[in-house]
Design a binder for this molecule. Structure first.
Ligand code: OMP
Length: 206
């Protein structure tokens, strides 16, 4: 079985980040690198993790004008990232020069506060993501019923990546059953005494 796990490598300590990434390699589909790792280690962490030979997602949660987005994405793709995460609320226009097949849009976040402003717009974000032909969308493992709804809205071709498993309360098997293609897992794996075993346990639970 292909692993659906994407490790959220939110570690500021460079040595530990590399150690954890290497140890979980047999159990994960790929890696997601967010600001904690980039600020802790520099953007070269992207190339170092890419050298492990698996897909790398640069989670920068982009939200800016086109010129700034282009300058940022050139850097992360040159460093070796395969995909970049951006917010949908800017509209599609700033993303017009970015290859949609390298783009993942946030259509609904996993934290409780996402119901305030983001959730009322999720259907429109999904419709925009479909029109743009993006590779993937982010949808909350903390609300599997929303993942089912989002699957209906985006259709079968767009990947659904779901954070919020474990530390935020979501369950891997439930959200995959609801229609997610991948689960994004951070603390439950990297804070464990044995990250490789923690990742392996998640796989066994599916
Ligand atoms: P843990 O809660 O430690 O498993 O980490 C979850 C990871 O997913 C972190 O890197 C978050 O920044 C990220 N994330 C969310 O938790 N919620 C979201 O709505 C979106 C993301 C994301 O885009 O990856």
């Amino acid at each position: 079985m292909k692993s659906p796990i994407i490790l959220a490598l939110d570690l500021t300590d460079h040595e530990k980040a590399i150690q954890v990434a290497e140890s979980v390699k047999p159990h994960v589909w790929g890696y997601k690198i967010n600001w904690p790792a980039i600020l802790g280690s520099g953007k070269t962490i992207i190339s170092e993790i890419k050298a492990l030979g698996k897909p790398v997602i640069a989670d920068l949660k982009l939200a800016d004008i086109d010129n700034t987005l282009n300058l940022i994405t050139e850097q992360v793709f040159a460093a070796g990232a395969d995909y970049v995460i951006g917010h949908a609320f800017t509209g599609s226009e700033p993303y017009s020069q970015i290859d949609p097949k390298k783009l993942i849009l946030v259509v609904e976040m996993s934290h409780p506060g996402a119901i305030q402003f983001i959730q009322p717009l999720t259907e429109q974000f999904c419709s925009m993501a479909k029109t743009m032909g993006v590779w993937g969308v982010i949808a909350p493992a903390t609300r599997p019923e929303r993942v089912s709804q989002i699957r209906e809205w985006v259709g079968p071709d767009i990947k659904i990546l779901s954070p919020g498993v474990g530390a935020q309360g979501g369950t891997a098997s439930e959200v995959l059953k609801a229609g997610a293609d991948f689960i994004i897992v951070g603390r439950t794996i990297y804070n464990s005494e044995d990250p490789s075993e923690a990742a392996s346990k998640i796989l066994q639970s599916l």
